[in-house]
Design a protein around this ligand. Structure first.
Ligand code: OAD
Length: 246
């Protein structure tokens, strides 16, 4: 076996022996589906905007139509994307091992690959809520208006049901993610820079609770020094290799 294969073999063996897995994914897991990661999402059309101005309550108050259209463009891009080998491998993993899948992504590609009961820490692009009382709305992509429509219940403007900078995560989802992390004996961390909390604190919590922690990322991240193993590579290549070995 080449030395380069050793971390992969060690990771595969750890997953093989794990009884309670938790997986945390970030935008990197969707990169091979053609979805830009959050911080390079501003290539092209949106290059002139600061994402924190678009994904924030202040940004929405300042220009609701611009923010609405930025999310509509991201939703259209996602609708044209297919789950990649990484999403498919994680769905297969969940079918053979007790696994809680927690994602920071809002693209729905884990469900498209067959994963179920996904915990969405940051919401979802295809869900909307009103700015005043959070009344939930579903709007089909083909009927999505060009500007935020009024809430059918209270008349306030609708906004994407995603977590924005400075906002709290959905408390019930977060508490389920923390509970799964505390009980896990292995956490797989895929495609996240580990910069945005509280999501980024989950791998640290897993390590504190004695779990084996394995990172999959082409680059080192803020989490790397805290990981049991850090596999350097694309999720679309490494995850199938890990799951095929089970
Ligand atoms: P980032 O854009 O911060 O980080 C993406 C990570 O994916 C980086 O570490 C890349 O090295 C890695 N990556 C790139 N290609 C990859 C591949 N093929 N396989 C595996 N990893 C790859 O995205 P997140 O960490 O997800 O919130 O950002 C966290 C949150 O910041 C996002 O959920 C977003 C933003 O606030 C919302 O949009 C609500």
């Amino acid at each position: 076996m080449r030395a380069a294969d050793e971390p992969l073999a060690a990771a595969a063996q750890a997953i093989q022996h794990a009884r309670r897995l938790v997986v945390l994914t970030g935008a990197g897991v969707s990169r091979e589906s053609g979805i830009p990661t959050f911080r390079d999402a501003l290539e092209g059309l949106w290059a002139q905007y600061d994402p924190q101005q678009l994904a924030s309550p202040a940004g929405f108050r300042r220009d609701p139509t611009l923010v609405w259209q930025w999310y509509a463009a991201r939703r259209r891009a996602v609708a044209a994307a297919q789950p990649n080998a990484a999403h498919i491998a994680l769905a297969r993993l969940g079918a053979v091992k007790a696994t809680t899948l927690i994602t920071q992504n809002v693209d729905g590609l884990h469900e498209a690959a067959g994963s179920t009961a996904v915990l969405h820490l940051h919401g979802a692009l295809d869900r909307y809520k009103c700015v005043d009382r959070g009344h939930g709305h579903d709007i089909a992509l083909e009927t999505l208006p060009d500007a935020p429509p009024p809430c059918s219940v209270c008349g306030a403007l609708l906004r994407p049901d995603v977590v924005w900078f400075g906002e709290m995560l959905p408390p019930e989802i977060l508490s389920r993610a923390i509970a799964a992390t505390e009980q896990a004996d292995l956490m797989l961390v895929v495609g996240t820079s580990g910069l945005v909390h509280p999501a980024a604190s989950l791998p640290l919590l897993a390590a504190q609770c004695g779990a084996v922690t394995i990172e999959v990322n082409p680059e080192a991240t803020a989490l790397t020094p805290h990981m049991t193993l850090s596999l350097r590579g694309a999720a679309g290549a490494l995850l199938p290799a890990l799951v095929d070995s089970l």
